[in-house]
Design a protein around this ligand. Sequence first.
Ligand SMILES: Nc1ncnc2c1ncn2[C@@H]1O[C@H](COP(=O)(O)OP(=O)(O)O)[C@@H](O)[C@H]1O
Ligand SMILES: [Mg+2]
Length: 328
Amino acid sequence: MSTIAIETAGLVKVFGDNRAVDGVDLTVPSGTVYGVLGPNGAGKTTTVKMLATLLRPDAGEAHVFGHDVVREADAVRSRVSLTGQYASVDEDLTGHENLVLLARLTGHGRKPAAARADQLLAAFGLSEAAGRQVKNYSGGMRRRIDIAASILNTPDLLFLDEPTTGLDPRSRNQVWEIVRAVVAQGTTVLLTTQYLDEADQLASRIAVIDRGKVIAEGTKGELKASVGAGSVHVRLRDARQRPEAERLLTAALAGAAVQPEPDPVALTARVGTGDRGAAEAASRALAELAAAGITVDNFSLGQPSLDEVFLALTDAPAPTEPAQEATA
Ligand SMILES: Nc1ncnc2c1ncn2[C@@H]1O[C@H](COP(=O)(O)OP(=O)(O)O)[C@@H](O)[C@H]1O
Ligand SMILES: [Mg+2]
């Protein structure tokens, strides 16, 4: 089996005068989760649709397991599966009926289809809901049945387009577990997400995209090193001590970018070392503040947000686009 699942070079898709995907180069190793991280409107879905042969690129090339997505679209389709906004689950059918129907459509006999449906429903925690119409499912259940439907025939490559957007934390965790299980069975997953922590949890490599362009790419470690491992947030008892606190933090955190916040007692510093290093640096900084008689009311060490990633990579906050569904 090929060790490269996806390779694109200069991939472009233009809608009118909007270069939705503007020269994307990606190399996705097989057998892993590859994260495509970017804000709303970055071009994630458009990229996925081209790779899944649902949209024709305007320029550039893309190969999936060595097959050209335009010239060998059938070969690509036989190896991939897509979930996201375009899943084929029928709202009026029950979860069980949906999976059986899709299994039958892809060539399973009646009994094997029912057995596969039961197996997936159990694996996805949907056995109890199996007899209910999908339109009555919660958001998390709906997302899980979508993924179940897309792996009926264990694809070599699975596209998961923002599988957890809008889900509560518990449902997100369930989807994450499923993704890990899918990869453990040998499927390569291309996962798009707006959440840095999701990419961090699941992906081995991450491409950060913005306005149709890849603005950073690498392993999680490389990306974090370029962004900083996290942010130290401090709230002081007394706003008058903030300039002194800012000076001490800057020194204790080895020249980290310490920023006063609009709140007069709050400070944020980006920590630029590895995970453990960040925690150590932060506790050292706290000790310095205490030694100087500065009272800290509240303190937290957080992962960088997508905004902070964008700040670090582009010097601009993550663009926000009105949550508007593009119709294909
Ligand atoms: N079918 C379409 N027609 C016109 N514009 C589109 C279409 N699909 C997407 N776009 C535009 O292309 C850009 C990228 O969209 P999309 O790939 O959906 O981003 P993402 O999935 O990262 O949110 C956006 O500006 C979006 O409005
Ligand atoms: Mg999208």
